[in-house]
Design a protein around this ligand. Structure first.
Ligand code: ZN
Length: 313
């Protein structure tokens, strides 16, 4: 009897230490697990929406991914922050540009900014080649992809907006060269079908569409962000979007998360694009804040750096 008790006691002690070991092991390895999920597609609040582009000529350089129509019926947004079960984005994203000096003075500092992959300048004069593919693309929601660092920052920004009482929808992210090619030339064909000459059709198309290679969406660093109310009422991408409280909050805080409003009203001659209150570009917190505070375009920021460098050489 006594032996049985001793055996039971030893068995209980072994069980206790095994359980203790398992518990300690699981606690010890937990932080490592949490860093893996950034950029996954497990978020819930943004889903792509189909819009009728003919309702809004301001649809410009943007387009929906070809397979996004399948997601039309999905519930769109999470209206309370409490429902959002996104993993917290990690702070130390690889290749983050946020360590850059946004107001550089030495050759080395200036070159570091100009050569950083997050500083890529794309516009009608700076096109990427047909074989270009954006770096480090991850699924953001539905059919949309973004660069992983950009995606993590956008989640943070949208979550902060939700805490302030606003809901946002990602309308367009990464776009391949070929999809932009098809979009652009289909639009030219559309205008020609309306009876316009080729020259006129190209001119009309260029008013609102980026030629292939000239769209920032090729990088995965550009996000068209809109609000469900507009998405459901009109075509999402509409200049009137800037009359909403949602836009005002977003445009005032985007730089805090690394985004700039890329195509501003009044800067069309510099950017080469019409005003797009929905189009944001990720450049990292430091540079975005610098551009926001100096109240300039990305083109002017890059040009200023090139001028500084030229003056030193
Ligand atoms: Zn856009």
């Amino acid at each position: 009897m006594k032996n049985k008790r001793i055996i039971a006691l030893i068995f209980a002690l072994i069980c206790f230490f095994v359980l203790l070991g398992v518990l300690l092991w699981s606690i010890f390895r937990e932080p490592e697990n949490n860093t893996v999920e950034t950029g996954s597609s497990s978020q819930t609040q943004e889903q792509p929406q189909k819009t009728d582009e003919n309702q809004s000529p301001e649809n410009t350089d943007t387009e929906e991914p070809s397979d996004s129509k399948e997601d039309d019926k999905k519930e769109d947004t999470v209206t309370s922050a409490g429902q959002n079960d996104d993993p917290a984005p990690t702070e130390d994203q690889p290749s983050s540009p946020e360590k850059l000096n946004p107001n550089p003075t030495t050759k080395e500092e200036i070159k570091a900014v100009l050569n950083d992959p997050f500083m890529i300048l794309i516009n009608r004069d700076h096109k990427v080649s047909s074989d270009y593919v954006g770096d480090d693309l991850v699924t953001y929601s539905g059919a949309y992809k973004l660069n992983s660092t950009c995606a993590a920052a956008l989640r943070k920004l949208i979550n902060a907006g939700q805490k302030a009482g606003y809901s946002y929808t990602l309308y367009s992210g990464y776009r391949s060269y070929s999809s932009q090619y098809n979009k652009y030339y289909n639009k030219i064909a559309y205008w020609e079908g309306q009876g316009y000459s080729n020259e006129e059709a190209v001119r009309l198309t260029n008013e609102y569409y980026a030629p292939p290679g000239a769209s920032e969406h090729h990088t995965g660093l550009a996000a068209d962000v809109c609000i469900p109310e507009i998405v459901n009422k009109y075509a999402c991408l509409h200049e009137n979007y800037d009359q909403t409280e949602e836009f005002k909050w977003f445009s005032a805080h985007a730089h805090e998360y690394g985004f700039i409003l890329r195509y501003r009203k009044g800067d069309e001659d510099i950017t080469g694009y019409n005003y797009e209150p929905w189009h944001y570009r990720y450049v990292g917190v430091e540079v975005a804040t610098e551009i926001y505070n100096r109240d300039i375009t990305f083109e002017e920021y890059i040009q200023d750096l090139e001028n500084r460098l030229a003056a030193l050489e």
